[in-house]
Design a protein. Structure first.
Lengths: 230, 81
């Protein structure tokens, strides 16, 4: 498939940002391909995975708690374990946390309100597969739209993440009560990234801020590097 | 047999819902110094062996019903079911 890495965008029942993720990835030069929650395997040649935003399974029980049992999540777990880059956006971040692929959990915003706003996040670490073109201190304007984006980890976990460079993004302002204003984290190996802001909504100047470009470009770059499945 | 799993926000964990409920109760004039909001799951489990039921309920609570990072849970088995 030419030089464009094939990136699977997974649709769960209740996902609603899968379409935008497909469009944004295509715009940035990847070859996005749809995957379905009930699939037992990722599409052939998958070199990267996106878990998009939305309200999978109606956010029943806890956000992401049910989606982690979707058949495709076994394949996502195996892909991540083999070093493949996986990006979770908003509900996708919540799913990755519930699945144990990322540390912490997303809770109800401190103010209890659903927040829809452009926010500024700062790159806090370049210790991940996504960060080839990032610089620590770089500020990105990306929209958030969530009711449960209040990231939580206990003191020990936060200290370990900070020390290990696993805090990828931090909000400049306290927007939702997240511990340490944490907006995005990576796993220890640096090949799974989750964030609450929506990079797929911030890639075209005509439509607003473009802070999502470096995030998705980071995924595409990471997808060019490791071995593919299938 | 029947069982109830009660899931609560852990001690020390900020509970925005509970705070809002507490505030609303105070607005109504009740002398309330705190409220915490959790979740209740009634379960009918296909066994009559209390020990077996307890073990299964414990596992379901850990693996799905509660997130141990932020929630604690208690299991109540119904007698004589």
């Amino acid at each position: 498939m030419s030089g464009a890495p094939r990136i699977a965008v997974i649709t769960f029942p209740g996902s609603n940002d899968d379409g935008d993720a497909m469009l944004a990835l295509e715009l940035l030069g990847a070859e996005p391909v749809r995957a379905w929650h009930a699939d037992a395997a990722l599409p052939d040649g998958t070199a990267g995975v996106v878990l998009p935003g939305g309200f999978s399974y109606g956010d029943y029980l806890r956000c992401g708690a049910i989606a982690r049992f979707a058949p495709v999540m076994d394949a996502v777990g195996a892909f991540a374990a083999s070093g493949g880059p996986v990006l979770g956006i908003c509900n996708g971040f919540q799913i990755l946390c519930e699945a144990g692929l990322l540390p912490g959990v997303l809770r109800l915003n401190r103010g209890q309100q659903f927040i829809c706003a452009d926010v500024t996040v700062r790159v806090e670490s370049t210790a991940s597969a996504f960060a080839g073109a990032w610089e620590v201190g770089q500020e990105l304007v990306i929209p958030i739209k969530h009711g449960e984006g209040n990231w939580f980890g206990d003191d020990n976990l936060v200290a370990a993440l900070e020390a290990g460079g696993q805090v990828a993004f931090r909000y400049l302002d306290d927007v939702n009560g997240a511990v340490g204003r944490i907006a995005g984290v990576t796993n220890e190996a640096g090949n799974v990234l989750g964030l609450m802001p929506h990079p797929e909504h911030a890639v075209e100047e005509l439509l607003g801020p473009t802070g999502g470009v470096p995030v998705l470009a980071g995924l595409i770059e990471a997808a060019l590097a490791p071995a593919t499945v299938g | 047999m029947k069982a109830t799993v009660l899931i609560r926000p852990k001690q020390g964990i900020l509970d925005p819902q509970g705070e809002a409920v507490g505030e609303a109760l105070r607005t109504l004039g009740f002398a309330v110094s705190g409220a915490r909001v959790g979740r209740l799951v009634d379960i009918e489990i296909d066994t009559e062996d209390p020990a077996e039921a307890q073990a299964a309920l414990d596992r379901m609570s850990r693996e799905l019903l509660a997130n141990p990072l932020i929630e604690s849970f208690t299991i109540e088995l119904e007698d004589g079911a």
